[in-house]
Design a protein around this ligand. Structure first.
Ligand SMILES: [Zn+2]
Length: 113
């Protein structure tokens, strides 16, 4: 799935931010949540419940992060702005038509600089 940067017109693959869509951060967040629940499993009332709520929040954030990591990133590797869109998408097609961007031939791809 090729993407285009709406800032500098680079065609390629977008990156994820350090903490968004990072698979390793997602795994860490989910593991932390599970560990907190495991450690605190005997304390289901009083202040212990706060730890469980935080643990569940950590698992949810980690899960969303995991889903995000499966999607292409939006950060352009050249200009570092979060402006990358998938060429085949509605948003990408609209941008290409609206700005008269000529795409390189898929079979004979040349870097445009
Ligand atoms: Zn760019």
């Amino acid at each position: 799935m090729k993407q285009i940067c709406r800032g500098c017109l680079l065609i390629g693959n977008g990156r994820h931010g350090l903490f968004s869509g990072n698979l390793y951060v997602a795994i860490a967040q989910i593991s932390l949540g599970i560990a907190l629940i495991a450690i605190n499993i005997d304390h289901l009332s009083g202040t212990g419940i706060i730890i469980h709520i935080l643990a569940i929040a950590s698992i949810i954030v980690g899960f969303l992060n995991f889903l995000d990591s499966r999607k292409p990133g939006r950060i352009c590797p050249r200009c570092n702005k979060s402006l990358m869109v998938v060429i085949e998408s509605k948003e990408g097609q609209k941008f290409i038509k609206g700005n008269n961007v000529s795409l390189p031939n898929e079979t004979n791809e040349q870097p445009q600089d």
